[in-house]
Design a protein around this ligand. Structure first.
Ligand SMILES: Cc1cc2nc3c(=O)[nH]c(=O)nc-3n(C[C@H](O)[C@H](O)[C@H](O)COP(=O)(O)OP(=O)(O)OC[C@H]3O[C@@H](n4cnc5c(N)ncnc54)[C@H](O)[C@@H]3O)c2cc1C
Length: 502
C-alpha cells in the first residue's frame, strides 16, 4: 500500500491559502512560465515587469520538443503549432551546394521536435494561460532593490510600494537587476564578433519548414522561417575592428548581405526588424541564493546557435515552480530548492558549452578547417547515431536528471529522472495522459492511498495495467513531467524523502 499521512495533507493544503505571494520579476517567457506554474499549484504569485507591454519582436524563434512537453499539461503542444511552422529539417549549404540535412524526425512519437513560432506569440500563449488562473502581469513596475533575510525578502518597487515576499524569483533577463543586487559574478566571456539580425520578407524560391545554414567565401548566413515568405536572417559580419563605428544596419545592408552571401533564389521585399548583436557566454555559479532564485537569461546567456536560450529558461522555470510551491506549502524545507540548482545548473552549463561550439563551427574562417568541417559534417550526419544525438541535443530530448538526488538509481529503458516519454498511445501521445494533472500516478486500480496527493499536490490516477507493464511498476510523475519513482515501495520512499529529508 502507498502511504499517506492525512493530517499532514490537511496542514499543507491549508498552507496554500496562508502563504505570502511569491514575487516573479520579469514577464519574459521565463517569468511568465514561473508565474503560470506557481499559479497552477495554487501558490499566490505576483509578476511584475518594467516594460509597458509584452515584446512584439520575434526574438527566440523556435520552441523545441522538451519545452513543448513540459508545458503540455497546461498548454497542449498543438496550440504552439496552430498557425505556425513545424520544424522539419535543417539544411546546410556551402557555396550553394547541399552538404548535409538534419531531419527533425519523430518516428513513433507524436510531439514535434520543434515549432517555429515567434517569441511574441509564445508569450501570448503564456499570458493567456496565466490570465485563466486570474493572474495579471503588473506592467511598468520595476524592481529597484531588495533585502533578504531568513524569513523573507523585502522588495522596493518603482511604484513606490514596498512589498514583502517569501521568495523572489529573478527572471529579469541578461541585465538582471536581481543578479546585480545580489552582487554575484556572471563569469564567462563576450565573443568579439558582430552579428546582424533581420526579420525579412523574401520573394522567390524558398524551401518550406526548413532552417537554412549557408557557409561560403562570403561568411555564414542563417535563414529561419517565421511565416510564409517571412524569415529571420542572421549573418556573421566578422570580428569588430578597432576604431570602426558600427551603425545600425539598414535595408540596403541586408539586401547586400543576401546578394553577396546567399545562394537562395530569392530577393528582399522588405524588412520588419533589423538589429545587431554580440554573443555573451556566461553563467552564474549558483541559481539559489537563500530566498532569491535566478532563472533564464538572468542565470545564463549564450550563443543563439541552436536556439536554446528561451527553451532552457522555460524549463528552468518549470523545474523550479513546483519545488517552490512544495516549500511554500510547508511540505519540504527550503533546502529542497537546492535540487533546482543540482538539476538545472549542469543543463545550463551544457547549453553554454554546446551552443558555443556550434557558434565556433559557424565562424571558421580558415578554408582548410572549413573543408574538413564540411566533409566531417557530410558523413557524420549520415550516421543515424550521430544524427539522432545532434537532433536530440537541439530538441533537448536528451535532458534528464538521472543520478541527481531526487532520482533513485534504477535499470531499464525508462528511469527516475527521465521525462515521461512521448510514445504513441492509441491515437495520441502517452504524454496526453498527463494533461491538466498536477501530478500523475500510473497504477493498477483507482482505489489507492495516493489519491489525496503527495504533499499538497493533487495526484491523478491513470489506471493502466498495460503502462505498468511497460514501465515495470506503478509510476509517480512529478508536476514537471519527470518520472519521480517506479514501483510502489520506491514511490513511498520518494514521498518520504521529500517531506523528511529536506
Ligand atoms: C534581439 C534578440 C534576438 C534573440 N534571438 C533568439 C533566438 O533566435 N533564439 C533563442 O533561443 N533566443 C533568442 N534570444 C534570446 C531569448 O530572447 C532569451 O533567451 C529569452 O527571452 C530569455 O527569456 P527571459 O524571460 O529569461 O528574459 P527576457 O525575455 O529578457 O525577459 C526579461 C524581462 O524582465 C523585465 N525586467 C528587467 N529588469 C526588470 C526589473 N528590474 N524589474 C521588473 N522587470 C524587469 C524586462 O522588461 C523583460 O520583460 C534573442 C534575444 C534578443 C534580445
Amino acid at each position: 500500500m502507498l502511504k499517506l499521512n492525512s493530517d499532514h495533507y490537511d496542514d499543507v493544503s491549508k498552507g496554500r491559502q496562508l502563504s505570502r505571494p511569491v514575487l516573479v520579476v520579469g514577464a519574459g517567457p521565463v517569468g511568465l512560465t514561473a508565474a503560470l506554474m506557481l499559479a497552477r499549484h495554487g501558490t499566490p504569485v505576483r509578476i511584475i515587469d518594467s516594460n509597458a507591454s509584452k515584446t512584439e519582436l520575434s526574438k527566440a524563434l523556435i520552441v523545441w520538443k522538451r519545452t513543448l512537453q513540459v508545458l503540455d499539461p497546461i498548454i497542449p503542444w498543438e496550440q504552439f503549432l496552430n498557425g505556425h511552422i513545424l520544424a522539419k529539417r535543417a539544411i546546410f549549404l556551402h557555396d550553394g551546394k547541399k552538404i548535409a540535412t538534419l531531419a527533425f524526425d519523430s518516428a513513433n512519437q507524436c510531439i514535434p521536435q520543434g515549432v517555429f513560432i515567434p517569441q511574441s506569440a509564445t508569450e501570448e500563449l503564456l499570458i493567456s494561460s496565466l490570465q485563466s488562473y486570474g493572474v495579471q502581469v503588473e506592467r511598468e513596475t520595476k524592481l529597484i532593490d531588495f533585502k533578504c533575510d531568513e524569513s523573507g525578502v523585502m522588495c522596493s518597487l518603482s511604484t513606490g510600494d514596498s512589498f514583502e515576499t517569501s521568495w523572489l524569483i529573478g527572471c529579469d533577463g541578461a541585465h538582471s537587476t536581481v543578479r546585480h543586487k545580489l552582487k554575484i559574478e556572471f563569469p564567462g566571456s563576450t565573443i568579439n564578433r558582430r552579428w546582424i539580425l533581420a526579420d525579412v520578407e523574401l520573394d522567390g524560391d524558398t524551401p518550406e519548414e526548413s532552417l537554412i545554414m549557408e557557409q561560403g567565401s562570403g561568411g555564414t548566413l542563417g535563414f529561419f522561417p517565421i511565416s510564409t515568405n517571412r524569415w529571420r536572417l542572421i549573418a556573421d559580419d566578422g570580428p569588430y575592428e578597432d576604431g570602426v563605428t558600427y551603425e545600425e544596419p539598414t535595408f540596403k545592408d541586408i539586401k547586400n548581405i543576401i546578394e553577396a552571401k546567399s545562394s537562395m533564389r530569392c530577393s528582399l521585399r522588405c524588412t520588419h526588424w533589423i538589429s545587431q548583436f554580440s554573443v555573451n557566454e556566461r553563467q552564474v555559479e549558483n541559481y539559489v541564493h537563500g530566498r532569491v532564485l535566478l532563472a533564464g537569461d538572468a542565470a545564463h546567456v549564450h550563443s543563439p546557435a541552436g536556439g536554446q536560450g528561451m527553451n532552457t529558461g522555460i524549463q528552468d522555470a518549470v523545474n523550479l515552480a513546483w519545488k517552490v510551491s512544495l516549500v511554500e506549502m510547508g511540505v519540504a524545507s527550503p533546502d529542497f530548492l537546492n535540487t533546482y540548482q543540482e538539476e538545472r545548473h549542469p543543463i545550463g552549463s551544457m547549453v553554454v558549452k554546446n551552443s558555443g561550439r556550434m557558434l565556433k563551427a559557424a565562424m571558421i574562417d580558415n578554408p582548410v578547417l572549413s573543408a574538413i568541417q564540411r566533409i566531417g559534417m557530410h558523413f557524420a550526419l549520415q550516421i543515424p547515431f550521430v544524427h539522432d544525438q545532434i537532433s536530440s541535443f537541439l530538441s533537448e530530448d536528451s535532458v534528464n536528471y538521472r543520478g541527481c538526488s531526487l532520482a533513485a538509481t534504477a535499470k531499464g529503458k525508462y528511469r527516475p529522472g527521465d521525462i515521461f516519454p512521448d510514445f504513441k498511445w492509441g491515437e495520441c501521445s502517452a504524454t496526453n495522459l498527463l494533461r491538466a494533472n498536477e501530478a500523475s500516478h500510473i497504477c493498477a486500480k483507482e482505489e489507492n492511498s495516493l489519491r489525496l496527493g503527495f504533499g499538497g499536490f493533487e495526484v491523478t490516477n491513470i489506471v493502466s495495467p498495460e503502462l505498468i507493464e511497460i514501465f515495470g511498476g506503478d509510476v509517480l510523475i512529478r508536476p514537471d513531467g519527470v518520472i519521480a519513482a517506479i514501483g510502489e515501495s520506491n514511490i513511498n520512499c520518494w514521498i518520504d524523502k521529500i517531506s523528511n529529508s529536506y
